[in-house]
Design a protein around this ligand. Structure first.
Ligand code: ARG
Length: 280
């Protein structure tokens, strides 16, 4: 018998890719020599934005800043738990200025803590909230020292996981949280020690194959029932369906040229506070 899955309404923050292009290379997917189509990126992104709302979720927007083409990957801007926000501190110079934009966005909305990070961390790219714990990636972008800072600022225990394959440079390219206690991941992206940690924490996890991981199948967003993932990850979609989830394939081929897909474009806000003066 397949498990009945229940969706919980979510609250997301997204950034329209109005200035999207690939002019530098900070991950193996980016190739500045390959042309990008900003209008197509916007069109594909609009579909995802509409889809979330059709599914009953609330989506807020942060204004895109000219000259920050990667800002569309809003997952990297911060990590939010209740009314505590740990703002990103980007590894590469090309993205550093995004942090101020995210910091300002959260400050204007009356979050209790909006912490400018001391250590290098790339928000929900490397921090995935899974029930009561935070799964934290390191190896390429977020510093290991940042994990302790996250634990302190967000007030939840952090489990450190080491990424070893440069194609999967952020945790959210290798692992997705499907439900509070359920994840899917591609084992090959992790060090042997981290694979062991994951096996112990999630003995029933859905293990993805390389072919699905390679098309960013794990860069997925789940509301507990619907799982939005790249439409090219067909095998993974079938296996999610076997488990009672409703997979929904999305085409974000343009944004893949920057090394991101569904999850990268989606930052989850959890139990966000109402702003003083009703600014939200
Ligand atoms: N070009 C961006 C970078 O390399 C892509 C970020 C993708 N975001 C993510 N959450 N994995 O930083």
């Amino acid at each position: 018998m397949t498990t009945q899955r229940t969706a919980r309404p979510r609250h997301y923050l997204m950034c329209r890719p109005s200035h999207f292009t690939v002019t530098y290379q900070i991950n193996p997917w980016m190739d500045p020599a390959k042309p990008t189509d900003t209008a197509l990126a916007v069109l594909q992104w609009e579909r995802l934005y509409a889809l979330y709302q059709e599914l009953g979720h609330t989506v807020e927007l942060i204004d895109p800043v000219p000259g920050l083409p990667d800002m569309v990957y809003s997952a990297n801007g911060a990590t939010v738990l209740d009314d505590r926000v740990l703002v990103a501190n980007f590894r590469h110079a090309e993205r550093k200025d995004e942090a101020a934009a995210y910091q300002a966005w959260f400050e204007q909305r009356g979050y209790q803590v909006v912490h400018a990070a001391r250590h290098t961390n790339e928000g929900e790219g490397d921090y995935l909230v899974a029930g009561d714990r935070i799964l934290a990636g390191t190896g390429f972008r977020t510093d290991l020292a940042a994990h302790a800072e996250a634990e302190q600022v967000l007030g939840a225990p952090v489990v450190s996981l080491t990424l070893v394959d440069p194609r999967f440079y952020h945790l959210d390219t290798a692992l997705a949280v499907l439900d509070d206690g359920e994840v899917m991941y591609y084992p090959g992206a992790f060090s042997p020690e981290s694979r062991e940690v994951l096996r112990e924490l999630y003995p029933d996890a859905l293990l993805a194959e390389e072919a699905d991981a390679e098309v960013f199948g794990l860069n997925a967003v789940s509301d507990g029932r619907n799982v939005l993932l790249p439409e090219t990850a067909g095998n993974l979609a079938d296996r999610l369906a076997d488990r009672g989830f409703t997979p929904i394939g999305v085409d974000l081929s343009e944004l893949l040229k920057g090394g991101g897909s569904v999850k990268c474009c989606t930052l989850e806000l959890r139990h966000a506070p109402a702003a003083p003066g009703g600014a939200r």
